[in-house]
Ligand binder design. Structure first.
Ligand code: AMP
Ligand code: MG
Length: 417
């Protein structure tokens, strides 16, 4: 008689909610110059110190005038040129009945209410011919039109991209307070593992997970700590995890977390800390374990990722990365998604949500089409390198060609967000 094995897999969304509920912001900050702050998470709300533009200024090279001085009965009104205002000059008030030569970014003089493009004007010896039909406010960028002093423009928890760095500079800041990088230690379990560069004996493979994880961590601005390889031994696993927990803010292992006799990570965690999550409805990545390592007063978050390379990539992207971002104080935690049309079929539904290594490409008809790597075996390394993202197929879902699917582009994981 076959045993009735109870399969209870935690759905991905439920697991993520548990994880984010437990992730606590470290509140470990440092102040950096703007140049060094790219990719960091802002630790404070930023209010503008000034108005932008600070004064009304010209959006064009041309002439500043008062529209009341321009006749509507004749094609051009000749106005004498009373002053020349370049960007950076302090303008004097416009004398009524005159025009001021003005350049892009230069202060609009008091008394002027429009700027006329030089291409539309006629230059004469005695002044400038201003065409009729000038509209009040045309070609003027008004004080505070972009932002006003005291306005909060960038909130705590924002990722600092080049766009925010420019805005911060325009707001008047040379420095910003940001989260310090998280220290994350990566340990690889497995007696079969050998570091690349060494020679392989029969039965051995190169440790690839370490390099994938180091890259993923560095891409999100974490400090990667190398915890080496742990032998498949229960006591050694416990010792190594305890010591890792003293050195890092978060500890990540790969491998040894399933149900085989050589899988010691989950049992070790239960003895030296607490296991909160194990076995998720995610494919690949089912055996993922999450909990805490307890060492004296320290409670260090711990992720035991599966050993298969594709499972490492998926579980990191979907579960670990949002957790780490929350610890950094970030407000946007999920990787950004787009939608594409399935260029493939999937007739057999899975009870787990699948993250397929896939390519999203725009076809000749301008449609984003998703194709999948032929083998989705979680041991395959080439599939992820071929792919440019994950196509998501929900638990119990089948896919027909043309169905719309969510897709997570790898850029979200390989650049700074
Ligand atoms: P495990 O969960 O330890 O049984 O590992 C599952 C599969 O992943 C096995 O085929 C392992 O050899 C492989 N694996 C485990 N760790 C690594 C690693 N660091 N690099 C590459 N493959 C690994
Ligand atoms: Mg193993």
């Amino acid at each position: 008689m076959s045993k009735n094995i109870k399969i209870s897999l935690t759905p991905v969304d439920e697991a993520l909610a548990t994880l984010l509920g437990q992730a606590t912001e470290l509140n470990n900050h440092e102040t950096l110059s703007l140049i060094d702050a790219q990719g960091r998470i802002l630790a404070e709300d930023k209010k503008a110190l000034i108005f932008q533009p600070p004064v009304d200024n010209s959006a064009m090279d041309g002439y500043a005038v008062n529209t009341q001085d321009v006749s509507s009965n004749q094609p051009f009104t000749l106005l004498p040129i009373q002053q020349r205002i370049a960007a950076g000059d302090a303008a004097q008030a416009l004398v009524p009945g005159t025009a001021a030569r003005i350049f892009t970014g230069a202060m609009v003089p008091a008394g002027a209410d429009a700027v006329v493009m030089q291409e539309q004007c006629e230059e004469h010896e005695g002044g400038v011919g201003i065409p009729q039909g000038i509209k009040i406010s045309q070609n003027i960028r008004f004080k505070g039109e972009d932002f006003k002093e005291g306005q909060t423009l960038i909130s705590k928890g924002s990722l600092l991209r080049p766009m925010e760095l420019g805005l911060l500079a325009a707001m008047g800041f040379s420095k910003v307070c940001v989260s310090r990088p998280l220290k994350v230690m990566v340990l690889s379990t497995g007696d079969e593992l050998v570091e690349p560069g060494e020679s392989l004996s029969t039965g051995q493979i190169y440790n690839s997970n370490r390099y994938t994880l180091a890259g993923l961590l560095k891409a999100m601005g974490c400090e990667y700590l190398d915890g080496g390889i742990i032998e498949d031994d229960f006591d050694i696993t416990k010792q190594r995890l305890l010591s890792a927990a003293q050195q890092a803010d978060v500890v990540i292992t790969s491998g040894g977390v399933s149900v085989g006799e050589e899988d010691h990570v989950k049992n070790a965690l239960e003895e030296i800390g607490q296991l909160t999550l194990w076995k998720l409805a995610i494919k690949p990545g089912k055996p993922l374990a999450y909990g805490e390592i307890h060492n004296a007063d320290l409670k260090t978050p711990f992720f035991g990722l599966p050993g298969n390379p594709a499972a490492v990539l998926v579980t990191f992207a979907i579960l670990v990365r949002p957790y780490l971002l929350k610890m950094l104080g970030a407000t946007e935690l999920a990787p950004s998604m787009v939608v594409g049309k399935a260029g493939f079929e999937r007739t057999k539904p899975s009870i787990r949500r699948e993250y397929l290594r896939a390519r999203l490409e725009v076809d000749d008809a301008n449609v984003s089409v998703i194709t999948t790597y032929p083998s989705q075996s979680s041991g395959m390394l080439r599939s992820a390198s071929w792919a440019n993202g994950f196509a998501i197929v929900d638990a119990n879902q089948t896919v027909a060609a043309g169905d719309l699917l969510s897709f997570i582009p790898f850029q979200a994981l390989t650049g700074s967000h």
